[in-house]
Design a protein. Structure first.
Lengths: 295, 241
């Protein structure tokens, strides 16, 4: 096992990294998947010394390891009880590496990783790009994700959750007061959106198969698909229906936020997403109902 | 971001890549691209002339396998690489510094495009909600309109009925008017009679009032009045009392 104590901006390279774990309090963290030698670059540092540990199995630990973060008192760190400890660091690791970030008020970027990614933050914004399976949670920080090929699970209290180019198995977004906006390339087998007061918006391709159920307690439910029928009872409004052949499940629930299912313009659908046969079958009822609306 | 390679650096880096293993030109391009995480993608046009120059300088050599040129480092090449080890370390540091730049670039790109997506979805959702509200309102207004139309129809029907009834009623009314006028005429003749009686009384009073009547004169006058009454009563078919 090798270990380093970093007191000033520096660059370290490693032979092999299979799993990366970072625990910092404030500043920035960048993790980029690359074929180059694994590299840690500390561009600025204040407060406590940063510790780096690499064990023989390729498990790389970066952060303040001798005093583990106490998650019971995150406000304490934000308010400055954790001192002026701040670090800006960038790490390049092989794409198949597993990533685990436990951060407080840290702006983070994770990009180009095929391994499992987990980001647990408090106040900083999280940016995720070109990942497979990812699980991200913050309190007030926003979560932004683009091109996620596996399971995307995001949870915030007040931060917004925005994702585009999702093409994996599942998308799960939960927030209290943040807004959720998902733009999916192909309907994922499972899509669950839950908010309390934030709006939940999903956009799906013009032609797709989808089983939809949208519910809200006091918000408004709207959909640009004629197949989706809305109904209202005292204390609950819902819209459900089957688009195309059904299958992939979209569930969205809010308490007071609006729920909207949007349909991408026909021209914006990528090539080969729906066969010509399917397209014909689905165009019929859609066109007919479109006429109804204009009457 | 500053250019990744300063003058002569690409040449050095090519030597380094060939030191790792013999490779063909396309491999070198792909490796350079990977190592700079897509930020630097050399074209074939920049790589092949450099490889040719390195070969004429005797730093590398090539063999042809499956119709492809495989380049490998010569001893002279390895010697040059050793001499410039320090320079190479700096270059690698430069490359690793670009991790941060790369991450920044990713962040900016993702944020920018997602900001657009978010705005787009927000506006589209708002439009749809507005449209739906409008449709609901139209539906409610539709019911109101029907009600208003029904009222209007009722009003028109009532007026038509009035018009239809007006003709006969007018005839009836004019009949009544004629009868009334006739009746009024009768009254007026009776009035004239009354008026004449009144005048008669005044004229008698005017003659009688200026003198003291004798018994004889009075009797004569009363007899004349009785006589007049009898004659008037005879005209009006009234029996005398």
């Amino acid at each position: 096992m090798a270990s380093w104590t970093i007191k000033e901006p520096t660059t370290l390279t490693f032979d092999m990294v299979k799993k990366l774990r970072i625990k910092t309090m404030s500043g920035t963290v960048d993790v980029v998947g690359t074929d180059t030698r694994p590299t840690l670059e500390v561009t600025s540092l204040s407060g406590k010394d940063l510790e780096v540990r690499l064990d023989d199995d390729g498990y790389l630990d970066i952060g303040y390891l001798n005093r583990p973060l106490r998650w019971t008192d995150p406000i304490g760190w934000i308010a400055g009880r954790g001192g002026r400890t701040s670090v800006n660091l960038s790490v390049a690791v092989p794409p198949d590496c597993d990533i685990d970030l436990d951060v407080v008020s840290v702006t983070s970027v994770v990009s180009g990783i095929d391994g499992r990614v987990r980001v647990n933050g408090v106040a900083g914004d999280v940016t995720l790009a070109r990942l497979a399976d990812v699980e991200a949670g913050t309190i007030s920080g926003s979560i932004e994700a683009e091109r996620i090929g596996g399971t995307f699970a995001a949870k915030t209290v007040s931060g917004n959750i925005t994702a585009a180019g999702l093409s994996g198995r599942a998308a799960i977004a939960e927030t209290v007061s943040g807004a959720v906006a998902l733009d999916v390339e192909l309907p994922l087998p499972t899509m669950h959106l839950t908010t309390v007061s934030g709006d939940a918006t999903v956009r799906v391709p013009h032609k797709c198969d989808l089983d939809v159920r949208l519910t809200t307690t006091s918000g408004q439910v709207a959909s640009s698909f004629a197949e989706i029928r809305s109904s209202a009872q005292p204390g609950s409004r819902s819209a459900d229906g089957t688009i195309g052949a059904g299958g992939p499940r979209l569930r969205a629930h809010t308490v007071s936020g609006h729920v909207t299912l949007l349909r991408r313009d026909e021209d914006d659908d990528g090539p080969g997403e729906a066969g010509g046969h399917d397209a014909e079958r689905r165009d019929g009822p859609v066109g007919a109902s479109g006429d109804e609306e204009t009457q | 971001m500053s250019p990744v390679f300063g003058h002569g650096s690409l040449r050095l880096y090519l030597l380094k890549l060939l030191d790792e293993a013999p490779r063909h030109g396309y491999d070198l391009i792909r490796l350079l691209e990977d190592r700079f995480m897509g930020t630097y993608a050399p074209s074939a046009g920049t790589i092949y002339p450099r490889l040719a120059r390195l070969e004429t300088e005797g730093l590398i050599t090539h063999s042809v396998e499956d119709g492809k040129k495989i380049y490998r480092l010569t001893d002279r090449g390895r010697a040059e690489l050793r001499e410039r080890a320090e320079e190479l370390a700096d270059l690698e540091a430069d490359i690793s510094r670009s991790v941060h730049d790369r991450a920044d670039e990713v962040r900016e790109q993702v944020r920018g495009s997602l900001r657009d997506v978010r705005e787009e979805l927000k506006h589209a959702a708002r439009d749809i909600r507005r449209q739906q509200r409008h449709e609901n309102r139209q539906r409610k207004l539709g019911i109101k309109d029907e009600l208003r139309e029904a009222k209007q129809e009722l009003k028109e029907a009532r007026q038509e009925l009035k018009q239809e009834l007006k003709g006969p009623w007018q005839e009836v009314a004019s009949d009544w008017e004629g009868e009334h006028r006739e009746a009024h005429g009768t009254t007026s003749r009776y009035g004239r009679l009354e008026q004449a009686l009144e005048e008669f009384r005044h004229r008698v009073q005017a003659v009688a009032g200026e003198r003291v009547l004798t018994e004889e004169e009075l009797r004569g006058c009363l007899a004349a009045l009785d006589d007049a009454y009898d004659r008037v009563a005879a005209i009006l078919w009234r029996p005398a009392t």
